[in-house]
Design a protein around this ligand. Structure first.
Ligand SMILES: CC(C)(COP(=O)(O)OP(=O)(O)OC[C@H]1O[C@@H](n2cnc3c(N)ncnc32)[C@H](O)[C@@H]1OP(=O)(O)O)[C@@H](O)C(=O)NCCC(=O)NCCS
Length: 211
């Protein structure tokens, strides 16, 4: 757990790590753990995830999506993305808004990786998007703490907006207005790991399904 964390662009080589990390969530859900991320009722097939990864790469290449990957010991262990809300075209009246998604693999949670990823993505959003929005399980205390810490504010909640098995969970909605928010880093949090910003690669792709 003493390894450094590198923050960098998505690369094709991340495909396996990120798909595996995502599919692990289904095992966590099966084990009855409170996964704070939206999943399909039935786990998707590997082939479907490959297509999804390719679509993420295309979105990054087209500029509709910003992706930052956290790498530890040569493996992608987390990803944060901001995706243009609504149609992916910048020529649209919602093009200034981005949807946020974040996922850190279980073994790496609670060590500051999520905060570092979020700060980096928000920094990259500045000048490209004006408002960042997200929805979060009402009972996802860790994620909500992180979002509030970085300046996100609640703007509503959809009662029973999420349904997992037979249980309903409220879907809390949060936003960050980048035009008025102080730059991320104003309240830099502690981290038990050394965090490095990786050398930006020639733009690449990434995943994460909602949040
Ligand atoms: C949510 C997630 C991205 C956070 O990443 P992380 O690397 O675990 O988070 P960090 O270690 O950077 O920060 C966690 C913060 O939450 C705090 N925290 C942890 N458990 C908490 C709890 N039960 N209640 C409130 N705060 C909590 C920590 O103290 C820390 O804050 P601090 O640095 O101010 O002390 C990660 O846990 C994850 O991927 N979870 C599963 C997927 C998910 O829920 N995604 C979000 C979808 S909206």
């Amino acid at each position: 757990m003493a390894s450094d964390v590198i923050l960098r662009d998505l690369r094709s080589k991340d495909r396996e790590d990120l798909i595996r990390g995502y599919l692990d969530l289904y095992r966590e859900r099966e084990a009855g753990e409170p996964i704070g991320i939206l999943l399909f009722t039935t786990p998707p097939l590997w082939e479907e995830e490959l297509k999804w990864f390719e679509s993420v790469q295309r979105s990054v290449a087209s500029g509709a999506k910003i992706v930052v990957v956290a790498e530890v010991d040569g493996h992608a262990v987390g990803l944060c993305e901001a995706t243009r809300h609504g149609p992916s075209s910048p020529d649209h009246e919602s093009a200034h808004v981005a949807d946020l998604g974040i996922l850190v693999q279980r073994a790496h949670r609670g060590h500051g990786v999520g905060e570092a990823l979020l700060r980096e993505v928000l920094a990259r959003c500045r000048g490209k998007f004006e408002i960042v929005i997200l929805s979060v399980f009402a009972d996802n205390a860790r994620a909500k703490h992180l979002y509030r810490k970085l300046g996100f504010r609640p703007y509503g909640s959809l009662p029973d907006g999420l349904k997992r098995g037979k249980s309903y969970i409220d879907s809390d909605l949060m936003y960050l207005d980048l035009r008025s928010a102080t730059p991320e880093g104003a309240t830099r949090g502690k981290s038990s790991r050394k965090l490095n910003r990786g050398t930006p690669s020639a733009s690449a792709p990434s995943p994460i399904h909602g949040g």
